[in-house]
Design a protein around this ligand. Structure first.
Ligand SMILES: O=C(O)c1ccccc1N[C@@H]1O[C@H](COP(=O)(O)O)[C@@H](O)[C@H]1O
Length: 223
């Protein structure tokens, strides 16, 4: 879950079952947190929860500083960061997970996904909206994803909410999803009921898919 600004939202997200929390360091965002806010929130988190810093065309040294200062385990890059930039961050700190966000839409950014193959740990797909870096609450045409030739794990983002998340997962089959404005009462203030509803929906789908896989793999003879 991205756009964490309050401790009660972090607690609710973890109780609902999210695997990671995102902290936005983008000045234009209504969900922006200061380094001190992020560090304090991160201090309260239990083990095994990913701590993700969200940046847009930030200075490399600033990102490195915030990784250490806040204890980030992952960075999510929403600007024009190049493969070389991503590669440098990834090799700077072994274990730091680097995700490049790419916006998809009618005027989609032209991206050579192969050039990012050995530069990032995952590709985040978000919706292209002119003039916006992210957090638009808008989804894109998921059917284009297979034609993009992405060879890294896909994190699907962009306007996901309890009402469309199953269709989104079925269409894209992503490694993970990122939720943000679809679980908010207002920018930066998560709605705990919406959050619970969305995460429960995803977990149910996972269990269902797991049950299907295990029945397909069953070696029991038919009765
Ligand atoms: O949420 C923001 O304000 C934001 C600002 C700048 C860069 C990224 C931002 N959020 C990311 O946008 C996607 C999609 O969000 P939504 O579900 O459409 O609201 C998500 O990855 C957020 O991490």
């Amino acid at each position: 879950m991205c756009g964490t600004t309050r401790e009660e939202d972090a607690r609710a997200a973890i109780a609902a079952g999210v695997d990671g929390l995102g902290f936005i360091f983008v000045a234009a965002s209504p969900r922006q947190v200061t380094p001190d806010q992020a560090a304090k929130l991160i201090e309260t988190l239990p083990p095994f929860i990913a701590r993700v810093g969200v940046f847009r065309d930030a200075d490399e040294e600033e990102i490195k500083y915030l990784v250490d200062y806040c204890g980030l385990t992952q960075v999510q890059l929403h600007g024009n960061e190049t493969p070389a930039f991503c590669r440098r961050l990834r090799s700077w700190r072994r274990g730091l997970s680097v995700s490049k966000a790419v916006r998809i839409g009618p005027a989609a950014e032209l991206v050579d996904f192969q050039a990012f193959h050995d530069a990032v740990d995952s590709i985040m797909l978000d919706t292209y909206v002119r003039g916006a870096a992210g957090g638009t609450g808008r989804s894109f045409d998921w059917s284009v994803v297979p034609s993009l030739g992405i060879s890294r794990p896909i994190i699907l983002a962009g306007g996901l909410h309890a009402g469309n998340v199953v269709a989104a997962i079925e269409a894209v089959r992503p490694y993970a999803i990122d939720i943000n404005s679809g679980v908010e009462a207002a920018p930066g203030r998560k709605d705990h009921a919406l959050l619970h509803q969305l995460v429960t929906t995803v977990r149910r789908l996972e269990q269902f898919a797991g049950a299907l896989r295990s029945s397909e793999n069953s070696t029991d003879p038919p009765v």
